[in-house]
Design a binder for this molecule. Structure first.
Ligand SMILES: Nc1ncnc2c1ncn2[C@@H]1O[C@H](COP(=O)(O)OP(=O)(O)O)[C@@H](O)[C@H]1O
Ligand SMILES: CC(=O)OP(=O)(O)O
Ligand SMILES: [Mg+2]
Length: 405
């Protein structure tokens, strides 16, 4: 199978609740295989792999990330020869100050990524688990890390620094990094195509709403501000993360509840957000269904999610001065028309006029646009592909290596 393809990149994207894998022919970007394991750790966890045109689906039943990773790689290499893979691209969420470009993984780089784990506890450890598993299956090819933080690296200091003692930055590296960079970059490029204008001339707000959620202000192809900060906990309300809270909350909760600081931080990461407010689920599909059936806490979680999102989009418009378009993406951004509607109706000052029909079809039959043609600010839905973006970066590294040797 696939014998005629020359440069094939396997991409592994481990998120906070899912593993996505793709086998991509480059530079054509043809998807040879695409798989996802989602709702990991929960009773309704499931896996699906589309290899060539054959789809396989399994219930994972509370299976761990490690088991899901092995199962996905076993299924893939049960069908596809390992010799087909030219290089592996790994999504790594936190690259810290050092990793601002795609980087060839070796023991030293892995150790450095591991040392950043406390800044992305839901992600870097899982990302490295994927790296180690894939290296075990494919020891003889290049493994390249592509960092979520890299796209935001050039944010101006007025956006990347907190108003805390300056030596916290110079001595301890306390600063804002931003995440979901490959997704913000990918959808900004795709939106420019939809708008028929060069990305270098556009001022966009890109809104990635998955299990983790962040929005970015992208001016002339560069991220100039974003909602996530030093860790992927800052900013918007997310599946199980609180987003912004009062910095005094930690001390208060430690004193009042008698819990440790680590357990309060863990609750902000894993027991908060949509899950925390609703007491039901971190999954937007579940909450939308529950709210429809009259569940008030699910409805409240959705209301807070949309209000906080609208407030953040308004504040990002300050970074741009003028907004050429707002671009929704990620599982929620691409599929939940109600969330887009409830959010944009609170952005009256941008004079956004959604088109009900276009929005209900997620922009599919209107070139991505979900606004009325007369809307002052166009709003688009663009399907992200962190996997394709990672494969593009991997190709650049692999080609440079070929030149160097
Ligand atoms: N049809 C849909 N309607 C509403 N929400 C959806 C739909 N499909 C997916 N989602 C939501 O998207 C989120 C997962 O997004 P995704 O980008 O796949 O997450 P991850 O961050 O794990 O990559 C979940 O909250 C899920 O409920
Ligand atoms: C950085 C982040 O939050 O990623 P994900 O949405 O995949 O959890
Ligand atoms: Mg994701």
């Amino acid at each position: 199978m696939f014998e005629t393809f020359e440069t094939v990149v396997l991409v592994i994207n481990t998120g906070s609740s899912s593993i996505k894998m793709a086998l991509i022919d480059m530079p054509s970007e043809q998807m040879l295989a695409e798989g996802v394991a989602q709702r990991l750790g929960e009773a309704d966890a499931e896996l699906s792999w589309k290899i060539a045109d054959e789809i396989q689906q399994f219930d994972l039943n509370c299976c761990t990330l490690e088991d899901a990773m092995q199962k996905m790689l076993d299924l893939l290499f049960g069908k596809v020869g390992k010799g087909l893979v030219t290089a592996v691209g790994h999504r790594v969420v936190h690259g810290g100050e050092r990793f601002v470009a795609p980087t060839l993984l070796d023991d030293e780089v892995i150790a450095e990524i591991e040392s950043l784990s406390h800044l992305a506890p839901l992600h870097n450890p899982s990302n490295l688990l994927g790296v180690r598993e894939a290296m075990r299956y494919l020891p003889d090819v290049s493994h390249i890390a592509v960092f979520d933080t890299a796209f935001h690296y050039a944010m101006p200091k007025h956006a990347s620094l907190y108003a805390v003692p300056y030596h916290w930055y110079s001595q301890y590296g306390v600063r804002r990094y931003g995440f979901h960079g490959t997704s913000h970059h990918y959808v900004a490029e795709a939106a420019a195509k939809c708008l028929g204008r060069p990305l270098g001339e556009l001022r966009l707000i890109t809104v990635h709403l998955g299990n983790g959620c962040s929005a970015a202000a992208v001016a002339n192809g560069v991220s100039v501000d974003t909602t996530m900060g030093m860790t992927p906990l800052e900013g918007l309300v997310m599946g199980s993360r609180s987003g912004d809270v009062d910095p005094g909350l930690h001390e208060y909760m430690v004193r009042e509840s008698g819990e440790s600081l680590a357990s309060v931080t863990d609750a902000l990461n894993r027991q908060s957000g949509l899950l925390g407010i609703s007491g039901l689920s971190n999954d937007m599909r579940t909450l939308l269904n529950a709210a429809d059936s009259g569940n008030e806490r699910a409805a409240l979680a959705i209301e807070i999610f949309c209000y906080r999102l609208a407030k953040s989009l308004a504040s990002l418009s300050v970074a741009l001065g003028h907004v050429d378009a707002v671009v929704f993406t990620g599982g929620i951004g691409e599929h939940a028309s109600v969330i887009r509607e409830k959010t944009t109706e609170q952005l009256a000052f941008l004079s956004i006029k959604l088109d009900e029909e276009r929005n209900s079809r997620h922009g599919r039959s209107s070139g991505g646009f979900i606004t009325h043609p007369e809307s002052s600010t166009p709003v688009l839905v663009v399907a992200t592909s962190e996997e394709k973006m990672i494969a593009r970066y991997v190709c650049k590294v692999v080609i440079q290596e070929d030149i160097a040797t």
